[in-house]
Design a protein around this ligand. Sequence first.
Ligand code: CAA
Length: 386
Amino acid sequence: MTSIGIHDLAVATTHHVLDLAELAEATGVEPAKYHRGLGQEQMSFPAPDEDIVTMGASAAAPLLAEHGTDGIRSLLFATESGVDQSKAAGVFAHHLLGLPSTVRTVEFKQACYGGAAALQTALGIVARNPEERVLVIASDVARYELDGPAAPTQGAGAVAMLVSADPALLAIEPHSGVHTADIDDFWRPNDTTTPLVDGALSLQTYLDALLGSWGDLQAHGGPGVDEIDRFLYHQPFTKMARKAHAALFRHEDRPVDESALETSFLYNRQLGNSYTASLFVGLAALLDHDDDLAGRRLGLFSYGSGSVGEFLTGIVQSGYRERRRREATESVLAARVPLTVEEYRALHVSYTDDSDERETPRTTAAPFRFAGVRDRIRRYERTAGA
Ligand code: CAA
C-alpha cells in the first residue's frame, strides 16, 4: 500500500511572549522551579486580536502558498479552546485562507488529544482516496487561572499539517495503540474560560494513558521499544515528557536515556503548552534540528485529559531535510514582543469570550486578526502582513 502521512508542517504562535524568569520573580518563586522543575523558559501569550483561528490560519497559509489547494477536500481543525459552541473554528479559517467551497470542515475536541484524532481521521480519508489531501490544523491557547499553580504552564501555538499519500516528512504506520478512561483530571465547563485541573491526578492519568496506549500498540503488532529511534510525547511542560519517557522505559525494563528527548523540547520550552498542537510542535523541532532522521522510526504519544491517549509510530522520509521550516519557526518565536508581568496580568484579566459588541485594538503582525464582535458574530480579517 502507498504510504500516507505528514507531507508538510508549519508552526505559528502569538504576538506576545512572557519570560518565566520574570513571572517567577514577580510571584516569589525560584526561577529554577520553572526552568528545571517544569522545563519551561517562556510562554506565548495572545494579543487581544489573536485567537485559535488567527494562529491556525497563519500556520496553514505557508502550506497552501507552497502546495496550492488542489485535492484538498477536508479541513480538520482540532482545539480545546474553541471560539463557538456550534460553528467550527475551521470554517472561519477556511474563509481566511480562501479555500474552495468543495471542502468539508469540522472541529475535533478531546482536550489535547484532538490533534492526533484529526491526524488519524485525515489518514483514513487519504487511505480511501489517495488523490485527496487533508489540511489538519491544531491550534490552542492554554489559559489557566491567573496566579494558580498551572499558570507557568500556559502558552499558545498552532500547527498546520498537510496529510497526503507519499508524504515528504513522516509516513505514519498503520498500527497505533489507544486508551480511554473517564477521569476528571482537567475539564472546562461551559461557564469558564479557564480549565479546572487536578494537577497531581493529571500527571498520573497521563502516565496511565501512556502505558495503556503502549500496551494496546504491542497487542496490535506495533514495534517494540528497541525498534523506535526517537520518542516524542505531548508536552504540557517539557519535564512531563521526561517523566513519560522514564515511565515507559522502566515499564519495559530498559535503562532510561533521556538524551534524545531534548531536541523535541526546543520550541515547546519557548512557547509553552499549546494543547492539541504541542506534540506536533515537538515533531517540528525534532525534524528541524536532528539531521540524522532519514529512515528512522519515531514514536509519538498524544494525551488529552479526561482522558484519551494514543501512541502512533511513523518513519521519517529520506527528503525531510529539504522540507523543514526551521528558519520560519525560529523567526516567529524570535519576533514575539515581550510582555512585562503587569501587561500580562492586564491582558489575562481583560480576556473575555463573550459575544458583546467590541472592536479589538490592532496589535498582531500575523497575516490574520480577530477584529472583534459585531451583531454577536466574531469577525476576522486579513492584515497588511498577509
Ligand atoms: N528548583 C528545581 N526544581 C524545582 C524547584 C526548584 N527550586 N522547586 C520545585 N521544583 C520541581 C518539583 O520538584 C517538581 O518536579 P518533579 O515533579 O520532577 O518532582 C516541579 O518543579 C513542579 O513543582 P510542584 O510539584 O511543586 O508542582 P506545582 O504544584 O507547582 O504544579 C503542575 C505543577 C501540577 C504541573 C501544575 O503546573 C499544573 O497543574 N499544570 C497543569 C496541568 C498539567 O499540565 N498536567 C500535565 C498532565 S495533563 C496533560 O498533559 C494535558 C494538558 O496538556 C493539560
